[in-house]
Design a protein around this ligand. Structure first.
Ligand code: HEM
Length: 405
């Protein structure tokens, strides 16, 4: 089918920005026949929608209800977990789950991870540096957040290798642009593995002495106030693993591609490492790993003069909003020292990313050390393959050459 914005096309996945720009100007609230939903591309509309109580974050229940009964039964394990993810529920359930998660993500708890993140980054670079080449994704960007999250959750680091295939299985379902039966089977498989893995850990934790990690904290909260069921505990552990893993990996991947396309900006960062904080914010704005989020209208709403019916899906295009010239000066320019950078890469309002401080810290340490320890970084290929995913934006592999400094 012909569609102005068809995210299944590889060239659109590789560079959606020209189409976003056209849509923002000519059709900012656009009905997509391919996505069967509304595509919002202006910063003001996307930000308003993220804060709109008439829109629901629950896009799982309507999807499950639309399935033939036999398929829905086959996917009941997936439904049990995803309908308990904070990111897919509305108040009051969201408020309760978020309150419990907040306890584990305090600024102090994140700052305590600084030195451990530095160690992991250095160990990964020690391994890569002598080789003179790497796949940035497989050799660095994936293992870093996976190892950090394993530590936070309190699960063995040796299991990190399994996280990637589970997350990949689930990512295709959560944000895949194409609906295929294989995608559902993969997601069910990956999730059933994660469910069994975390359920065993949760049960073990309930029997053993309290531990100072995220699962320990969530178990203690459950036992104190009986506020988290076992399914909610398992779902929350899976969510934290999934949400913090691929996104942070793609911050490093997308950010490195942006930097390599702007040698003047790399030179600036190398010369002045103190700009790291604003530089990471700009990389997040310029090409965010969370490209869009979805909402469902609970009642009739009007956006951009278009009437959106109850039950309609709305795709809030974060990456289009973050390039809106009405909000950002020279929006298509990468400026690592950009001031007043109110991007919405981490969302906005009630569902604002709980892991934002952690992702920022990982990004700052990762780029600062990569740029300090590797010179002459170059892409080995320019025809990168991008994930077929509307929500999670990232290249599958990023082969790099470099010299160790
Ligand atoms: C660069 C990395 C990251 C990006 C771009 C990102 C982006 C986002 C966005 C846009 C949302 C809002 C979703 C919505 O409104 O529907 C979100 C929510 C969330 N993120 Fe992140 N995220 C990142 C890293 C992390 C990390 C490291 C963690 C945890 C370790 C994490 C955990 C979560 C959780 C649990 C939510 C749900 C919050 C809620 O619904 O209350 N994220 N993230």
């Amino acid at each position: 089918m012909n569609d102005v914005f068809d995210p299944r096309r590889p060239e659109v996945m590789a560079d959606p920005y020209p189409i976003f720009s056209a849509l923002r100007t000519t059709n900012p609230v656009y009905w997509s026949p391919v996505l069967k939903g509304w595509v919002l591309t202006r910063y003001a509309d996307v930000r308003t929608a993220l804060h709109d109580p008439k829109l629901s974050a629950d896009r799982i229940t309507p999807f499950m209800e639309s399935l033939p009964p036999a398929r829905r039964v086959a996917m009941s394990g997936l439904e049990r977990i995803l309908t308990r993810w904070a990111v897919f529920v509305d108040p009051p359930v969201h408020t309760r789950l978020r309150g419990l998660m907040n306890k584990a993500f305090t600024p102090r708890a994140i700052e305590k991870l600084r030195s451990r993140i530095g160690e992991i980054v250095d160990q990964l670079i020690d391994r890569i540096a002598p080789r003179g080449r790497m796949d940035l994704i497989a050799d660095f960007a994936y293992p870093l957040p996976a190892t950090v999250i394993a530590g936070m959750l309190g699960v063995p680091e040796k299991d990190v290798g399994r996280f990637k295939s589970w997350s990949d299985d689930l990512a295709a379902f959560v944000g895949g642009a194409q609906a295929t039966p294989q995608k559902y089977e993969r997601a069910c498989y990956g999730l059933s593995e994660m469910d069994a893995y975390f359920r065993a850990i949760v049960r073990d934790r309930r029997r053993s002495a309290p531990r100072d990690d995220v699962i320990g904290g969530l178990v203690a909260a459950e036992e104190g106030g009986r506020v988290l069921s076992e399914d909610e505990l398992v779902a929350t552990a899976v969510l934290i693993l999934f949400a913090g893993h691929e996104t942070t990996a793609n911050l490093i991947g997308n950010g490195m591609i942006a930097l390599l396309n702007h040698p003047d900006q790399i030179a600036k960062w190398r010369a002045r490492p103190e700009i790291a904080e604003s530089a990471v914010e700009e990389l997040l704005r310029y090409d965010s790993p969370a490209a869009s989020v979805t909402r469902v209208a609970k009642e009739v709403v009007t956006y951009g003069g278009r009437r959106i019916a109850a039950g309609d899906r709305m795709f809030l295009m974060i990456n289009a909003a973050n390039r809106d010239g009405e909000q950002f000066k020279d929006a298509d320019r990468l400026d690592l020292e950009r001031a007043d950078n109110r991007h919405i890469a981490f969302g906005y309002s009630a569902h604002y990313c709980i892991g934002a401080p952690l992702a920022r810290l990982e990004g700052e340490i990762a780029f600062t050390r990569l740029l300090a320890r590797l010179d002459n970084i170059e892409l080995e290929r320019s025809d990168l393959e991008w994930s077929d995913n509307l929500v999670l934006r990232g290249a599958k592999e990023i082969p790099l050459r470099f010299t160790a400094s």
